[in-house]
Design a protein around this ligand. Structure first.
Ligand SMILES: *Cc1c(COP(=O)(O)O)cnc(C)c1O
Length: 389
């Protein structure tokens, strides 16, 4: 390790990138048509949950991702909730969720009345691993009639939600093969991975549905919002129906044929989103260039490595991550304190989901990889602004 105080060295390297000017961990960039489309949307008077920007935004996301259908919704979390319901997840089902994720992955399962069942992630991708999942299902679940049932709880498992951690693609195609074998549906939590590809295929396309977030801290934003993509026209129709209060088309009567939600994205948010998608390839290039800069600056400190992409993956590098070498894990909190004191926005990974009071009673596997990553990963300032020309 380089001489001197490791916290000071670590913070100093980061400060040479942020220069104290970019305060957040992932600030948005609005350098395209955002103002133009917003004003046009205001002038049109159509600001709410129907309008031409919603349609144009949905088409631009579908074209970028390469999916047949895209349905714009109020948030990534509501998109996950809708997708689970639309694909048949029922109250009392168990749904396989990685123990390492933002809490929304588990919350969406709980909102559907189902129970998250946490499994560990791969030390390479930091997401679900197909072979590990298959072994886990074979050991802990058994076939009962048409269902695959948790031998301990007696509850059926009906879905898997792989998540692409910090934008790095996990093996969602492998997870889909295992899920097909067991008759489970796959909803990809691709909230962080817009602009990330696995073997040339955009994330979010391996499952029956994939969900992107457009929250203000993601690669591109609509202020708040989400998009669900699917290849299946029936699933797309059902997502639209459930997201618009399950209202049946009628000239004047309010007829609702099931429990629905007010989950559509407002036109005014979609106007920002359309301009952001136009900028997406540029912003991803900047995020990728930022990774190279961090590697050049941080790796000579000999404290660990900057998270890189794996062979076959093209990552959007949504959040840059520094993996402390194991002996330095104990320094994680003091490093972060030094950085935060200096105005450098660093964050830890999320705590393992089963540590949270809301989910501590949920079934789970052993999660050594999740706990190891949590103990020594520091997320670095990641706004594309940091490498903008
Ligand atoms: C951001 C995020 C979500 C939720 O998206 P919102 O738009 O904030 O509701 C879900 N899952 C993961 C992994 C996320 O990072």
């Amino acid at each position: 390790m380089k001489g001197g105080d490791p916290s000071v060295n670590f913070c100093g390297a980061l400060l040479s990138v942020t220069k104290g000017e970019v305060g957040g961990i992932h600030e948005p960039v609005f350098r395209g048509n955002e103002r133009k489309y917003l004003l046009d949307c205001l002038d049109s008077g159509v600001v709410s949950s129907v309008g031409s920007y919603v349609l144009a935004f949905e088409q631009s996301v579908a074209a970028f991702v390469g999916s047949a259908h895209a349905v714009a919704v109020a948030s990534g979390t509501s998109g996950l909730h809708l997708a689970l319901i639309a694909l048949g997840v029922k109250p009392g089902d168990e749904v396989i969720v990685p123990a390492l994720s933002f809490v929304a992955t588990a919350a969406a399962v709980a909102m559907a009345g189902a129970i998250p069942h946490f499994v560990d992630v791969s030390p390479d991708t930091w997401g679900l691993d197909a072979r590990h999942l298959e072994q886990y299902l074979l050991r802990n679940f058994r076939q009962v009639g048409d269902s695959v049932v948790n031998a301990a709880s007696g509850r059926p498992v009906t879905a898997v939600v792989p998540m692409h951690t910090l934008g790095h693609p996990c093996d969602a195609a492998g997870v889909r093969r295992v899920a097909d074998e067991f008759g489970l549906v796959v909803v990809e939590d691709a909230a962080e991975s817009l602009g990330s590809f696995s073997n040339g295929v955009h994330t979010g396309r391996a499952g029956q549905a994939g969900v992107f977030s457009f929250n203000g801290n993601k690669t591109v934003t609509t202020g708040g919002g989400g998009v669900v993509v699917t290849e299946d026209p029936h699933v797309a129709a059902r997502l639209r129906h459930l997201s618009t209060t399950a209202k049946v088309t009628h000239r004047f009567e309010f007829v609702h044929d099931e429990i629905g939600f007010n989950y559509r994205m407002p036109n005014i948010n979609a106007a920002i989103g359309l301009a952001q998608i136009e900028q997406l390839p540029t912003l991803v290039d900047w995020q990728r260039a930022l990774k190279d800069r961090y590697q050049d600056l941080m790796e000579p400190l000999d404290m660990g490595v900057v998270r890189d992409e794996l062979p076959g993956a093209r990552s959007n590098f949504w959040l840059q991550a520094f993996v402390l070498s194991r002996p330095l894990a104990k320094l994680k909190n003091s490093l972060m304190s030094t950085c935060l004191d200096a105005g450098v926005a660093v964050r830890p990974l999320w705590q393992p989901l089963h540590w949270s009071r809301a989910y501590e009673h949920c079934p789970r596997a052993k999660t050594p990889v999740t706990e190891d990553l949590y103990s020594r990963v520091v997320c670095l300032p990641s706004s594309a602004l940091l490498s903008a020309p």
